[in-house]
Design a binder for this molecule. Structure first.
Ligand code: NAP
Ligand code: ZN
Ligand code: ZN
Length: 350
């Protein structure tokens, strides 16, 4: 074991404070990564505040959050073949899975039916708690490590590892592309990547945001249209408009109102994760053969495909870089939707 430094919530809802903990010694297939940057995902807040205790088997404190990890390889185990010292690499929301179930075999490790080992707030196969990227380094099996776009800045690519893939995967699965009308609900960390990616895939993109405050940004990011959901007229005007809606909102909203914006046969995909169950009427689905679906990040293969796609198209996240000492303020600002559009921690500040 060797010592690692980071920031942790010692108990649920506590402010994050400096924390020292142990990481495993590298095994034959492990890569040691010096973490340079880590994005702040809304999920980090949900988990540090234990808002998902209805859905998770347990929450593990002290918790070192962070699953948008970008860094540089500093050492490799004797059996590592994919990476070498000095490589720019990333780690997303999980660091292992069973590797043998049909989902793992087909590259859908995020839906492993045995056990996906999440990057933090989870236990590895030995039962040892995992600790995330608000820290100086991490030890990860090479099969769960990603190669970062070489020509793009590492800080602005860190959030691709969760926000990027969480939008890329449903956009690809439900075939966002030329001739498709796609709406992104919520212009936050996930939403702003949804706009960039759907635009790059060739879809006609509409942003549905609470107000028009972010309209100029939305257009700059690639949106063709922008509407405020606080204006009831929006829901009248856009009824039956979209092939695909990707909903990134984590609060309770009127889900039926949004479903009604789908065309016949359209799909609304939930990626936002509200604390409580969501009420949905049957008629809004049956009357137009609509589908309500969900999607969770993406597998290793698809995450690498997304990173390569971003490298090719020059797509990065819009970020505000902060020192780790500002982490608790950053959490508060995310809760107020006051971030353009992702906070990224500069780990040199640790
Ligand atoms: P975020 O940056 O806070 O963005 C959420 C956006 O939702 C806000 O920017 C805001 O957009 C909108 N919003 C917030 N409160 C709202 C309200 N009361 N009513 C309507 N809209 C509201 O969060 P994020 O990091 O993008 O994450 C969003 C959600 O996705 C979280 O629940 C997170 O846990 C979840 N998540 C899921 C996955 C997955 O795999 N499925 C992966 C990552 C994250 P406007 O200002 O434009 O209205
Ligand atoms: Zn996330
Ligand atoms: Zn599996």
């Amino acid at each position: 074991m060797s010592e690692s430094k980071g920031y942790a919530a010692l108990i649920a809802k506590a402010a994050l404070i400096p924390y020292t903990f142990e990481r495993r010694e590298p095994r034959a297939h492990d890569v040691i990564i010096e973490i340079k940057y880590c994005g702040i995902c809304h999920t980090d807040i949900h988990q540090a505040r234990n808002e998902w205790n209805d859905y998770l088997p347990e929450s593990i404190f002290p918790m070192v959050p962070g699953h948008e990890i970008a860094g540089v390889v500093t050492a490799i185990g004797s059996g590592v073949t994919k990476y070498k010292v000095g490589d720019k690499v990333g780690v997303g929301c999980f660091v292992d899975s069973c590797r043998t179930c049909p989902e793992c075999r087909s590259g859908l490790e995020q839906y492993c039916t045995v056990r996906t080992v999440w990057t933090y707030n989870a236990r590895d196969h030995e039962g040892v708690p995992t600790y995330g990227g608000y820290s100086d380094r991490i030890v990860v099996d090479e099969n769960y490590v990603l190669r970062m776009p070489q020509a793009l800045p590492l800080d602005a690519c860190a959030p691709l590892l969760c926000a990027g893939i969480t939008l890329y995967s449903p956009l690809r699965h439900w075939q966002a592309g030329p001739g498709k009308k796609v709406a992104i609900v919520g212009l936050g960390g996930l939403g702003h990547m949804g706009v960039k990616l759907a635009h790059a895939l060739g879809a006609e993109v509409t942003v549905l945001s609470q107000s028009l405050k972010k309209q100029a940004d939305g257009k700059r990011l690639g949106a063709d249209h922008f509407y405020a959901t606080s204006d009831p007229e929006t829901f009248e005007r856009l009824k039956g408009s979209f092939d695909l809606i990707v909903n990134t909102v984590s609060a309770q909203i009127d889900w039926n109102q949004y479903l009604a914006l789908l065309k016949v046969g359209g799909t609304m995909v939930l990626v936002g994760l509200p604390e409580k169950n969501i009420p949905v009427g049957a008629f809004v689905l049956t009357s137009a053969r609509r589908t309500l679906a969900g999607s969770q990040i993406g597998g290793i293969r698809e995450t690498q495909e997304m990173l390569d796609f971003c490298g090719k198209h020059g797509i990065t996240c819009d970020i505000e870089v902060i020192p780790i000492q500002k982490i608790n303020d950053a959490f508060e600002r995310v809760l107020k939707s006051d971030v353009r559009y992702r906070f990224v921690i500069d780990m040199a500040s640790l």
